[in-house]
Design a protein around this ligand. Sequence first.
Ligand SMILES: Cc1cc2nc3c(=O)[nH]c(=O)nc-3n(C[C@H](O)[C@H](O)[C@H](O)COP(=O)(O)OP(=O)(O)OC[C@H]3O[C@@H](n4cnc5c(N)ncnc54)[C@H](O)[C@@H]3O)c2cc1C
Length: 814
Amino acid sequence: MAELPPQARAVVIGGGIVGCSTAYHLAKLGWADTIIIERHKLTSGSTHHAAGLVGQLRSSANITQLLAESVALYRSLESETGLASGWKMNGGLRLACNAARWTELKRQATSARSFGLEMQLLTAREAQQLWPLMEVADVVGAAFLPTDGQVNPSDITLSLAKGARLRGVRLFEDTSVLGFEFERGRVSAVLTSRGRIVCEVVVNCAGQWARQIGLLAGVNVPLVSVQHQYLITDTIPGVTPGLPTLRDPDRLTYFKEEVGGLVMGGYEPNPRPWAVDGFPDNFNFQLLQPDWEHFQPILDQAMARVPPLAGASAKELINGPESFTPDGNFILGAAPEVGGIYVGAGFNAFGIASGGGAGQVLAQWIVAGEAPCDLWPVDIRRFGPPHGDINWVRARTLELYGKHYAIAWPGEEHSSGRPLRRSPLYEYLRAAGAVFGEKLGWERPNWFAAAGEAAHDEYGFGRPNWFAAVAREHQAARERVALFDQSSFAKFQLRGLHAEQALSWLCANDVAKPVGSLVYTPMLNGNGGIACDLTVARLAKDCFYIVTGTGFATHDFEWISRHIPADLDARLTDVSSQYAVLALMGPAARRVLERVTHDDVSNAGFAFGQVRSLHVAGAPLLALRITYVGELGWELHVPVEYAVTLYDALMRAGSDLGIANAGYRAIECLRLEKGYRAWGADVGPDHTPLEAGLAWAVKLKTAIPFLGREALQRQQRSPLEKWLCAFTTDDPAVMLFGRETIYRDGQRVGWLGSGGYGHTLRSAVGLGYVRRPQGLSREYLLAGRYELEVATERIACRIHLGPLYDPKMERVRA
Ligand SMILES: Cc1cc2nc3c(=O)[nH]c(=O)nc-3n(C[C@H](O)[C@H](O)[C@H](O)COP(=O)(O)OP(=O)(O)OC[C@H]3O[C@@H](n4cnc5c(N)ncnc54)[C@H](O)[C@@H]3O)c2cc1C
């Protein structure tokens, strides 16, 4: 056995498809001094027992692109390594057996086209021509993705490993990672069963063991193992090699051809976890006991779809454990807890499909130190404190597994592990009819049911049951005053001698303002992309208060801490749990506030864009004059123990002014009308402030250096290639949810990042980038005739380059 080297630039843990792909791509990018450490043999984890279906469409453009990269790699790898991968581009068929599923498929077909993926819609009869063995009496329609396919999971992994070795990567099997050493917050060495390796970077690709490995390094990788089964049959007459893969979500099943027989698996609604009390030793190349009883309902469904299955003899029922995550997406990126540790794990039974592309972007991330594009849906920093509790993670993961093939409803909430994080107002708001949603464990009022209205969500693709309630809340904010509990906001404090200097470097907007100033600012990456967008309030010469979205707590904290120049005295603290937040918004907000404070809240005394310490109803609080709904208002950040008193006082003071509780779904409609951007949907690392219409929030006119400045200056020299615009439809019945395709003069030019309904405008509203590689201008944008494709239908719409509501900011500054 070859001796372990004393050092390597990168140590990849795990010789499954993801580890091999990452090592292959690292070497391709010049990191030949990479080694793979595999505790047993290549493919001996989940990889060896995968079914091998490769589907590509996901709900995010970049993740779909990542899966398309897998396909491109699997098509070409054999010519490079000489090892066949078993890749077969036989296409993928997906059935719809009810009206809602058909709508979902049509919406997916629209998204696929937006993302550049061909997806054809077929009649039941046409689908049957592609898959003659199936019954289609209940099929409403089907979708066909011609570039989907299947692969042999072990073969493709061995081919990737060979490709990596040809480029210099060394592989050590029968070697276990046992621990790590650290220096100044970074990993410095890996400890293995055969010795110690000093390294710059560790990549944790240990599949379902990745959580356990993460714990050795103090890194949380929230995943659990779940049993997943599929049946392999003997040959079945009529099963031909060219048969597409088939997914029948309404029957929870999938199929693929294998040596003249079928592989047929599914997602049981009552999944069975595995290794709850820890992993058995030496679980290599092993399977679990087949669980026929658990599988039978799935099998019955499959036999009804493919009757010849009933007469086929079963070769084997595979029961393999696989890692699943609490949101059904995999986990990629730099661990926020420790420098130099990267993770690629938790592949939710699509690791074969994702392996090629995931390894590619992870390698790019490692080499560049930043993600190559917006990978937020899979970024490890999307998790937070609740994900440290394995029981919570398991409960949510099992719920998501059970919903794997369920229709993904717009606005859908999940129910497991709730309630967990509650604002002090939770019970009061519940009593007032609040219907809660959940984000990062926080219960947040989505909307308020009136007496007699059912206080729960009823999902659909049409107008939802909360439409009227949200309209009421919207109207209250626009015409009177509304109170929003936004206690879940992430809040940080940056303190120190050099706090201003640090933030001036990090923020694209000018935050070096007098004490009492409040600034909305993007923070940019080196390409000028929007890494974070948040609010910075100056509380003292050496102290800033930073407010960002609930879901971005881990991400933004990590981004800010990592980018504070090392020689500066500026310490970041997460103070989220110290303050509840009540946002008082609407034209009557001042009149309410005046009734409960002696402090000056007049426009002259407390202008828009300022922060003040006030006493309101006895509560000492920070009032931020800012808005995300486009009205006069204040965010009141109050120590948690005063929150209930403050809430009571505001509601009493506003009762004759028509004050109303309002929730997050109203915020969404209000901010869309005002054109306020949402990070992750409308802005993110792939978009610069210039493209996003946020040039006003960037200090390019000053001489102050800031991260991303050069990239923006470069971009200023030529016309923009994409531009964020707003769209409204004339037909008020159209429902926009995001990802609808934008057409200009009959040509596809982009898709919506977010969509919703503007209750003041009485129109659907969407925000999306119009793209043109040759460059575009206002004149070009305004000269076009626009349509939105919604569930494959083209709808006439109008383009708008500015806010649709209060463009002069008169209401906000009132
Ligand atoms: C029944 C079943 C069917 C599936 N079907 C499909 C499908 O059709 N399509 C699809 O895309 N995906 C499918 N999958 C999912 C797919 O198998 C996985 O997502 C994928 O194999 C994960 O690869 P990985 O490299 O992350 O993990 P693994 O293959 O599990 O690799 C992790 C490796 O880490 C090693 N390791 C662990 N601990 C240590 C240590 N301490 N030191 C060193 N090495 C260590 C392990 O030995 C293992 O080899 C299926 C999964 C199952 C269970």
